[in-house]
Design a protein around this ligand. Structure first.
Ligand code: NAP
Length: 249
């Protein structure tokens, strides 16, 4: 018998623009109540309004994913207000690019704090309500940089590579609780994060992509939505590259 899934609640971090915004829309189209999370309230409200205008369910939480106490409070408040939390999409991520020889402690720590520690804290808080609901989906956003490295991104690549081991461990610990955990690793996707790259870097990146184009946020959202679906219940501990073939062997 098909499960009744209408009321499943999903938290999407970094949902105010780019890939996170596309994921929020995709999950709402699946009938989830989507809690959109980021630091800037105004853009978040606009995303939630667009979802509700389209007939979906959405709300917002302002939270800085570098603030451990705030993350725990945010996740606990979602679980309390809705009486459940089923899906966690750790999408918020930052770059502080620099060549390794010039990279400051701060540039390294800032990236690890949001991209790795923030994910750990959010998962730790979200697992209890998922266990209570006997069902859960965790999807962490990695990167091709975490799979093959990237000059100027030692901090970012380290944070994204670490998500692989972290997510597989979570998947092993939580499998008996019917909670799956996977990584989606995007290649070059057209968002604010890549818009700021110099044209020469964009041109070089495009040459390295077999499909010869940057991806669109909705193409990442489609992969995330599948892994968050009922249909993906037998997929766990995987790192799915959605990168136009960049990392194919
Ligand atoms: P983006 O356009 O820069 O958007 C980042 C989102 O994260 C925004 O909603 C931002 O909102 C939020 N955010 C940033 N810092 C935050 C913090 N400290 N606390 C809470 N929210 C925060 O990024 P994107 O390109 O969509 O990337 C999304 C994810 O995919 C990231 O994890 C990124 O590493 C990964 N990725 C992207 C690409 C790409 O080509 N675009 C490639 C590989 C992987 P506020 O600023 O309002 O907080």
């Amino acid at each position: 018998m098909a499960e009744k899934t209408e009321q499943r609640v999903a938290v999407v971090t970094g949902a105010s623009r780019g890939i996170g915004e596309a994921i929020a829309h995709a999950l709402a189209e699946q009938g989830r109540h989507v809690v959109c999370v980021a630091r800037g309230a105004e853009k978040l409200e606009a995303v939630a309004k667009a979802i509700t205008d389209a007939g979906g369910l959405a709300s917002t939480k302002v939270c800085d994913m570098s603030d451990t106490a705030a993350i725990t409070e945010m996740i606990e408040s979602v679980a309390k207000e809705h009486g459940r939390l089923d899906i966690l999409i750790n999408n918020a991520g930052i770059t502080r690019d620099n060549l390794l020889l010039r990279m400051s402690d701060e540039e390294f720590d800032d990236v690890i704090q949001v991209n790795l520690r923030g994910v750990f804290v959010a998962c730790r808080a979200a697992l209890r309500p998922m266990m209570r609901g006997k069902w859960g989906r965790v999807i962490n956003l990695g990167s091709v940089s975490g799979l093959v490295g990237n000059a100027g991104q030692a901090n970012y690549a380290a944070s994204k590579a670490a998500l692989s081991g972290f997510t597989k461990s979570l998947g092993k610990e939580m499998a008996a609780k019917n909670i799956t955990a996977n990584v989606v690793a995007p290649g070059f996707i057209q968002t604010d994060m890549t818009d700021v790259l110099p044209q020469v870097v964009k041109d070089a990146a495009q040459k390295a992509i077999p499909l010869s184009r940057f991806g669109q946020p909705r193409e990442i959202a489609a992969a995330v939505a599948f892994l968050a679906s009922e249909d993906a219940g037998y997929v766990s501990g995987q790192v799915l590259a959605v990168d136009g073939g960049m990392t194919m062997c």
